[in-house]
Ligand binder design. Sequence first.
Ligand code: ZN
Length: 1038
Amino acid sequence: MNNNNVYVHNGSKSWFTLLSLQKEREMINLLRHSGSKSTTIFKDTLLSSSLIRQSFSSASSGGGGADNDHSYSATLNLPKTSFSMKANAQQREPTLLKDAYQLYKWQETNNVEGGKTWVFHDGPPYANGDLHLGHALNKILKDITNRYKMLRGHRVNYIPGWDCHGLPIESKAFESIRREKSDRMTPVEIRKTAKAYAEKEIRKQMASFRSWGIMGDWEAPYITMAPDYEVAQLETFYDMYKRGYVYRGIKPVHWSPSSRTALADAELEYNDNHVSQSIFVKFAVTQSSNAHILAAMSRGDKVHAVIWTTTPWTIPANQAICVNAQLEYSLVKHDKIDNHLLIVSSERLASLRSAFGLDLEVVATFTGAQLEGTQTVHPQYNRPSPVLLGDHVVAGSGSGLVHTAPGHGMEDFAICAQHNIAVLSPVDDEGRFTKEVGDKFVGMEVLGGGNTAVIEDLSQLGCLLHQEKYTHKYPYDWRTKKPILIRTTRQWFVDLTDVHQSAIQAINAVNMVPPSGSNRLSSMVGRRSDWCISRQRFWGVPIPVFYEKETGEALINDETIQHILEVFRKHGGADSWFERDVADLLPEKYRSESHKYVKGSDTMDVWFDSGTSWRGVLVQRGIISKEDGVADIYLEGSDQHRGWFQSSLLTSVCARGIAPYRNVVTHGFLLDEKGMKMSKSLGNTMAPNLIVSGGPNKTENPAYGVDMLRMWVASSDYSRDISIGPNILIKLLENIKKIRNTVKFMLGSNFDFNPELNQIDYNQLSDLDKFALHKVFLLEQNASKYYDQFQYSKAMQELNIFVNEISSFYFDVIKQRLYVESKDNILRRSSQTVLFHMLDVVNKILAPVTVHTSEDIYNHQFKYRSPKESVFTQGWCKFEEQWYNPELFEKWNHIITLRNEVNRLLQIVRDKGVIGRPDEATITIMVTNDQVPLYTHLTSLQSQLEDIFCVSGVIVEPYNAPPQLEGEAAMTSDVLITNPHGGQTLYQLNGGIDKVARFQITCQKSTQHKCPRCWRHQSEKEATLCQHCVKRLEEIKL
Ligand SMILES: [Zn+2]
């Protein structure tokens, strides 16, 4: 039995065998004041229905016969409920979950009053591979949001999506076919295989999402490879083209030789420890108008411009050298070669001296501006390489003169364009040198042998001044994890020149959670260069353009697009581009000339696919208007600042000038318990199913169930990276158990409560119950506030605090009245009324998270009317403004402080062996009544004080001249033991409440006898009922 530890913990194993009701209750009372840890355990015990049932059976069978208290057990209202302490998730959850799709459809037709809608636009996961905990985190956060909104009466729109195109799936498709065959595959075959693969993955992933209770339109998800989606995407592309945002141009792009395609910024990841070969190369000056250089040259000296680069393979493509007009440069002597002068930045001189191991005596200095017009010669190809002025040149590293290869650098390209210098980009799709570099390098990999060969060549030519390894940050292909290069090719771009500003303005109107996301996204968008949207792959949406064979000119206009869209609509979407020939794809008007055209072979960047989903899904399906409709929320991992959040923003700003979302919520990534980022390569990932269904060894990996997985998500502060591991789960389970205990107490205590018959009006509730309702009101307010702000961990925290506070005071106090009073006693019904409301609030706060448990609670709570519906069809909890009562709150907080001190005193007295249980004691409380009318308040509660303090007698007296206690530390004094007039020993404690009231508590052993029914020491004779119980029994008999 699970509760064995109670007895062991308490150090008295003998109790284990004594399961009579009385003994159990005695134990409970003992534990009640033996410290907080035991108090928690005591609740476990009390609420264990099996224990109580056993107690009952042993009582009713009269077993043992020696206990004369048994006859009264049947007159008590002990808690009864079939709500189990253990979730038993694996068996029970499947029986409890209301189908998430049915529920979604239900709210679509029923949550229509008030016109509140909630459009949650799903960021499509990639249709590739098994789901990991990151997926669970993402989808569950979304579902918590949606279920909360649904409970608050919103009509939720949530269409789950999948991102289907792109290289990883294309590669998987290749993998699935034998190599020799895949080489011969046509684009149409590749696309068919990729599509089948993606479809299979979607089915697998969907099954998992649904098993986690994610509510959504599972029968009509959006997939980016669906024809209607592709059509909408082309429409967006063409809208942007017509508005002048899309152009075709030669530009440097990030190129991945390992994927053989151009990459967008979002597809790069940076390796901080990339090691390059850095080289210093000298370029001989042939002409200059600089007086110092001219003078040296006329003396017969040879002058060289020294450049530095970390990409030696780009030297063959060098077309210029850049200097900064403002910087100071020095003409220095080469120590070891006669009549040899070098031009370097003055600022870099010291470090170059040490790098080169030369003195480099300065001959003259001048500004960069004075180098304008200087000509050098390319060391390998004997062509001019002019010196240009550029603001991008800084003196931070290298030589202060920048090697400029417009074919392989963004800034290089820009400055050469200004000077009409030709672009040379002698590298092919696979990253190999083309024949433009001459026979000695052609075919070599530029990131491998080609690089080494260039260095060797420069060395042989005597132009290599110095070479060293250089560790720096370098972009890699995020999929292949291999370095990329910059290459100038002909591509399609989105021109962002005029978009930056309006995009940043649009971001300012969005509520970002956490708020730091706003700056992050703005600065990323602000820095972004034109968006290259063409890819050289087959598995994607084609760029719908024809090229004239002769001129290479692109053909795209209203007629061609309308025709292509028509073909796509009729013939299965983008596949038709690959299946049909040019004549079919061209409109009537051009058909007779179709032989003059070829169709484009580029596909679109997958970020363009998903970035147009606001249009392809929300506009297409009539959920938002095309002109100015926005989704209420996008919620994804923080990496989407550079991905989907950004691509969606850019397409929407280009097409309509606004962001496509109202709220953008980001979450962090997963860490293991040691704080290490989870990754496949580290082997520290955790499958969601391990938490839900457990591992083969159930002791090591118990089956925690879906609600636990969801509770982990809800309890995590997702604004940062989140940890998970066995210890975190064990701690979480403790919290869940506490909540279940609390719920079980409420359900058990209300076993005979039917709100329609037994509810008490607010005005007739006892003050204590009103106080509890005030706490419930605050709980609802705070939890709602946090739910509204998407701060679920704070909502859960509020709930945990509430559960702890309410069970350690309110539940403790009302037990006596719930159990010993007659069924319809007004105090009892008053507390039951509050418990009923309280449970409704607690359950609704839990419901968006623990979808199964909350159905279970709901079924138990409303068992009197045999509920057939779901907790989610009941709307948010009912609460009333009148529950808010701050005055009462303060009063009762003073009593709680006083009660804590009483408990402390009782514990001391018990430790001394004077009493066994608190209700063997009576107490006298002297309190002041000046700044806080504590005395007045206590006397007004006189009839309930024994319950409040859980003792057999309470006397309250005014405290008119309390001793002065000084400072915080002296707020409560040590216990004094007095023995006045040689009578009974008194135990006394002095204290204060927040310096506003003082009290003195005196405790003594009760002189009365224990009542065999209620166990208060209030009977005049041994083994007889107390006066209260005599009356109660009369009521019960009536
Ligand atoms: Zn009694």
